[in-house]
Every structure is written in structure tokens, then in C-alpha cells.
Design a protein around this ligand. Structure first.
Ligand code: IFM
Length: 446
């Protein structure tokens, strides 16, 4: 059944956040340090020395967050678990206080009629595991499985939507190749090792979920991208395909049992620590792909070389940009969803993140009139409606983010929220986009 605005009645309307970005309470109730605690406390890594020590204080104020979601009439809340609240050293006996926190949150959401969408890993790897080699070390994948099993056992009866991890591309490439993210390394071979072990961890955790006999939906969330070709000349069209490998097929091909993309293997295969049986584990069946989409780039063909193994370069574009410097191109969302639906046999797709950072200056009356964000959301929701009409199995949409939060190496200087946070009092204040999204959920947004 379709609503008047063209969205199916059972479309999932949600908001997303992640543990390190919102929780704070960094050393409370037995939580151990993660790589993001270390990274943010390292001078020069995060703008203005910001850290997630207090963040939005959601660890204490989660009831307020749930009340906001209820006011929106959101159907789902996608949040991540801080691994070091559960296992402060990344292994062994679980910390009951950490489990209790997520158990209370899950119960609070369900009482408010909001489905919890739980994500096991959103980049905050236990520092103790990093000290033992992090994602470069095969053992980390098995530690992840152990942690996943703890979570399934503790709240698998009350959470019906699980994702193993968020944007493993960022954990691998920003963390190990460009050094912009924790652990801040710059090494191609370490990146390749991280890619394989992240995927192995995903597969082990997905398999463990099935073995546990749980009936919920299980998925992987990626920040898929396929830059459009600058022109329709065949060489640019081919360059656009190659430009999408590391963000898209590198993750989806192995998860759908096709092994790693050939071109990636030609260049980096010798660095991939693949052991017999790994590819079968990675291909454990999943129910959905979560797609995080913010922007689309454009590329043209360039000479293939060791420095440019995929033979493409970015070209200037005309689109307006957000405060991240990212182009605003809602048709890019339609294109990436179509691309995935055509090329991988996913039963269901969700847009698990979409949103925009803007400066959001409050008016003298204190109201944040974030019409730029409203326009962004409206255009991207229209693109979702379009792909649904084109029979892409898109079943839900989550705004990034419910509230302004710790935007990684940008600290609190980039604001994506529907709700602003007073960083002294931690008071929450809805922006106009909050009310826009409430209308969109009710069917009046387009
Ligand atoms: O804040 C991040 C989030 O943690 C992962 N996806 C992109 C968002 C905006 O940069």
C-alpha cells in the first residue's frame, strides 16, 4: 500500500547516530579506551583539540533523545554500541554496566514505539586491540565475533535489526591510508590487511547471528560511491566504473560471494592476508545493504600508473556545497541506489545515512532556521521516492543525524543534526529541519 506522497505505508523512517559521536561518559561505568579516545587526545589530530569525552552526553540523556524521536514519530533509531563499554579491553567477560546501558536504551525505544537498529561497530575499536595490531591483526576479527555473540545473547531477543559495521571503507582507508581517522596510519599494505580483516569480522559476526537462530534482519552498512563520468566518452564511463571499486565493489563483491574485484587484486592481492575458507565466511548471507549517501563526485579517465591504479581523476563540478565541501546532488542518491540494485542481488536496501552539515547560525530569537538542510532533505527524499517508483527495493531512510555531534577530525565544528546541542548545558533544541522531518514522516514533506 502506498501513501499519498508515494512512499509505502511500511517504509521505515529513522534517525542515525553513533556511540563515540554522542555518548560521552568516556570513562564511566567501566568503559575502556577506544582508538578514538587516543586519537582525539593526540594534539593536532582533531580540530581545536575536541574530544568525545562528553559529546552530547547521551549516556546520561538518552531518555531525552528517545523523547525527541517520539516527537518526530520516527519508526526506528540506528545507534551503535561502544565495544569498550561491553569489553573494556576488547576481549573476555562482558561488563554488566555496559550491557545494562544498551538494554535500557533498547527497552526505552521499544516502549516509545521505536525500533532499535543496533550497529556493532562504528569505528571505536578497543585501544587494547589496536595495541595488538588492530585491524591489521587477524585475531581482531575473532575478537569482534566474540563481542557480537555477547550482544546477541544479551539483547538479541529485543533487537530485530542488526548491522555488523558502519562504512568499513573509512575504518580501512581513512584510518590506515590517509591517516585522517584513528589509528592515523599511512600505509598501503596495512590498509589492505585492514580491508580483509574488517570483512572477515563482518562475515564471522553475520554467521554467528544465524547460528544463534535469531530471526531479525542482518546487514552491512557501506558508504558506497560511484562518481559519475565527466562525459559519456567510453574512456570516462570506464573510469567512473573503476573509480567506484574501493568504495563499492571491494565490499559488496566478497559479501555476495564473488571474491575481491579483479583490478583491486591485480594491484593489492599480494598484500591481502586471505586464508582458506575466509571468502566463504565473508559471504555469509545478509538481508540488506545499508547505503550511506551524502554526495557524488565526477571523474574522467587518467593514465593508469602505480600512483593512480584505477586510472581516474576528479573534475570540477558546478553543484552547491555543504559545510563539508561536499557537492549537493540528490540525483546521485538515485544513481547509487540503482547501481547497487542492478549489480548486487540485495533483497532490501536502506538509506542508513543521509544529511548535510551547514553553519546553522541561530536567529536573534534563538531559532535555527536551517532551510538549506530542509531543502537538502526534501530533494533527497524525492530521489528516494523516485527509485521506489523504479522498483528498487528501498525500504527505509535514516537522517544523519538526530543531533549535532562529534564529527570525527572536524570535532564539533560541523553540524549535521536535526537538533542542536548547547555544548555547555547539553540542552537539546530542535531546528526547523526537525519539524520538517516530522512532517515528512507524517506524509507532508514533499
Ligand atoms: O558523521 C559521519 C558518520 O559517523 C559516518 N558517516 C558520515 C557521517 C558524516 O560525515
Amino acid at each position: 500500500m502506498k501513501r499519498q506522497d508515494g512512499f509505502p505505508e511500511d517504509f521505515v523512517w529513522g534517525c542515525s547516530t553513533s556511540s563515540y559521536q554522542i555518548e560521552g561518559a568516556a570513562s564511566e561505568d567501566g568503559r575502556g579506551p577506544s582508538i578514538w579516545d587516543t586519537f582525539s587526545h593526540t594534539p593536532g589530530k582533531v580540530v581545536q583539540g575536541h574530544t568525545g569525552d562528553i559529546a552530547c552526553d547521551s549516556y546520561h540523556r538518552w531518555r531525552e533523545d528517545v523523547a525527541l524521536l517520539k516527537e518526530l514519530n520516527a519508526g526506528a533509531y540506528r545507534f551503535s554500541v561502544s565495544w569498550t563499554r561491553i569489553q573494556p579491553d576488547g576481549k573476555g567477560k562482558p561488563n554488566q554496566k555496559g550491557l545494562d546501558y544498551y538494554s535500557r536504551l533498547v527497552d526505552g525505544l521499544r516502549e516509545a514505539g521505536i525500533e532499535p537498529w543496533l550497529e556493532l561497530f562504528h569505528w571505536d575499536l578497543p585501544q587494547a586491540l589496536e595495541d595488538a595490531g588492530g585491524w591489521r591483526n587477524r585475531d581482531t576479527a575473532f575478537r569482534f565475533e566474540e563481542y557480537a555473540r555477547i550482544m546477541y545473547k544479551a539483547i538479541g531477543d529485543r533487537v530485530e535489526h542488526w548491522t555488523s559495521m558502519n562504512e568499513p571503507w573509512c575504518a580501512a582507508f581513512l584510518g590506515h591510508l590517509t591517516g585522517e581517522h584513528a589509528p592515523g596510519l599511512r600505509d598501503r599494505e596495512k590498509t589492505s590487511r585492514a580491508v580483509h580483516h574488517l570483512l572477515l569480522a563482518h562475515g564471522l559476526a553475520a554467521r554467528a547471528y544465524r547460528e544463534g537462530g535469531f530471526k531479525g534482519e542482518y546487514g552491512l552498512v557501506i558508504n558506497a560511491a560511484k562518481p559519475r563520468p565527466a562525459t559519456l566518452r567510453p574512456e570516462d564511463v570506464e573510469a567512473s566504473e573503476r573509480a567506484s571499486i574501493e568504495r563499492t565493489s571491494l565490499w559488496l563483491d566478497p559479501v555476495f560471494g564473488r571474491g575481491y574485484p579483479e583490478l583491486f587484486m591485480q594491484h593489492f592481492g599480494s598484500q591481502m592476508p586471505i586464508e582458506p575458507g575466509d571468502m566463504d565466511i565473508i559471504a555469509a548471507p545478509i538481508d540488506f545493504i545499508g547505503v550511506n549517501y551524502y554526495n557524488e563526485d565526477a571523474v574522467r579517465a587518467a593514465l593508469l600508473s602505480e600512483e593512480n591504479p584505477y586510472g581516474f581523476e576528479y573534475v570540477p563540478t558546478w553543484q552547491r556545497k555543504t559545510e563539508m565541501g561536499w557537492d549537493i546532488e540528490a540525483q546521485g542518491l538515485r544513481r547509487i541506489l540503482m547501481h547497487i540494485a542492478r549489480n548486487w542481488p540485495a533483497k532490501v536496501l536502506y538509506v542508513t545515512e543521509n544529511g548535510a552539515a551547514f553553519a546553522d547560525a541561530p536567529s536573534p530569537d534563538g531559532v535555527i532556521r536551517d532551510y538549506d538542510r530542509i531543502e537538502y532533505l526534501r530533494e533527497h527524499l524525492a530521489a528516494c521516492r523516485q527509485v521506489i517508483a523504479d522498483e528498487v527495493p528501498l525500504k527505509g531512510y535514516f537522517v544523519w543525524s538526530l543531533m549535532d555531534n562529534f564529527e570525527w577530525s572536524f570535532g564539533y565544528t560541523r553540524k549535521f543534526g536535526l537538533v542542536s546541542i548547547d555544548h555547555i548545558t547539553k540542552a537539546r533544541r530542535p531546528k526547523l529541519s526537525f519539524y520538517y522531518y516530522r512532517d515528512a514522516i507524517a506524509g507532508f514533506g514533499l
